[in-house]
Design a protein around this ligand. Structure first.
Ligand SMILES: Cc1cc2nc3c(=O)[nH]c(=O)nc-3n(C[C@H](O)[C@H](O)[C@H](O)COP(=O)(O)OP(=O)(O)OC[C@H]3O[C@@H](n4cnc5c(N)ncnc54)[C@H](O)[C@@H]3O)c2cc1C
Ligand code: FES
Length: 272
């Protein structure tokens, strides 16, 4: 059993949980994820390891409440326990050792995944710009945390209620055009956002890493659920990723595959 030691609502639909998982905390690295089950009837749900504390033996996950399992997760309290947590899964994020300046971009709850990446790069002495995008002010998460782990934080809101009005792609374009020389861009968020970030960086030939979120089941490369096409080749995001070269990813196929079970997910919500 994996005990919840801290629970915090970051906004009405995003929950942060710190969980006792000493073996995972010992090995976890930025870019990796876990798959948990709440109980014997629970679905297998993949979530990124947003943070870890090797000494305390805990990992932190941040989940947006979007359906049955994440709602059930958010209803758990400190002292409750998850039945099982498998991980760390996936390949840690790799950035060229000679990189001097990197831009990390998070969209919505994608910021939970972008945060450990910014933290790791910043701890290595790399100059890190963070661009975090949200629909509006009331759903901003991790602002204070990001401030401590980067050289420059730009918050964008679609409706202009906080920070810069507009999309993360506008802010990125502005930074590049005003002379910021990035050795790499890391983009994590909704699939269309990652696709458009890649469209911005491509003409400048800036290496762009995206973290893909296809539907995962086993997380060990056996079921084929997380199949994605990268550079014309079949890859399995759970074992070959979840990070990939964004300029090689077939985003349209990913969007199509991610909507395969939309009807069942909807029915599922209706049954609650
Ligand atoms: C590697 C990886 C890391 C992720 N990290 C995070 C994270 O840090 N924070 C976060 O909020 N979300 C993250 N997700 C997405 C998260 O797994 C889904 O939001 C969750 O499974 C939804 O389950 P549900 O029952 O609440 O919703 P449902 O109603 O079942 O589904 C809602 C939506 O979630 C997605 N989804 C459902 N089941 C899965 C599945 N087995 N695998 C992947 N996506 C699924 C689908 O797009 C679906 O439309 C990650 C996904 C992957 C693959
Ligand atoms: S989740 Fe089954 S192959 Fe990746």
């Amino acid at each position: 059993m994996f005990k919840i030691v801290t629970k915090r609502m970051l906004n009405p639909s995003v929950v942060l949980l710190e969980i006792e998982a000493p073996f995972i905390a010992k090995k976890a690295m930025a870019g990796q994820f876990i798959i948990f089950r709440i109980d014997e009837k629970g679905e297998r749900v993949p979530l990124t390891i947003a943070d870890y504390d090797r000494e305390k033996g805990t990992i932190t996950i941040i989940a947006q409440i979007v359906g049955v399992s994440t709602e059930q997760l958010a209803s758990m309290e400190e002292g409750d326990a998850l039945l099982d947590v498998a991980g760390p899964l996936g390949i840690p994020t790799h950035i060229d050792e000679n990189a001097k300046k990197v831009c990390v971009i998070g969209g919505g709850v994608g910021c939970a995944i972008a945060y450990p990446q910014a933290k790791e790069l910043f701890s290595k002495g790399i100059e890190v710009d963070v661009i975090a995008g949200f629909r509006s002010k009331d759903i901003i998460i991790l602002e204070e945390e990001f401030k401590k782990q980067c050289n420059d934080l730009t918050i964008c809101t679609d409706d202009g209620t906080y920070g810069k009005k507009g999309f993360v792609t506008d802010a990125l374009k502005e930074k590049i055009e005003s002379g910021s020389k990035y050795d790499a861009v890391i983009a994590i968020g909704p699939v269309p956002m990652m696709k458009f970030v890649c469209a911005v960086t491509k003409p400048y030939e800036i290496k762009t890493i995206v973290s893909l979120n296809p539907i995962m089941i086993d997380g060990t490369g056996m079921c084929g659920g997380c199949r994605v096409t990268v550079g014309g080749e079949i890859k399995y995001a759970c074992v070959d990723g979840p990070d990939f070269d964004g300029h090689q990813v077939d985003f349209d196929e990913l969007m199509k595959r991610n909507s395969t079970y939309r009807e069942q997910e909807h029915d599922c919500r209706m049954l609650r």
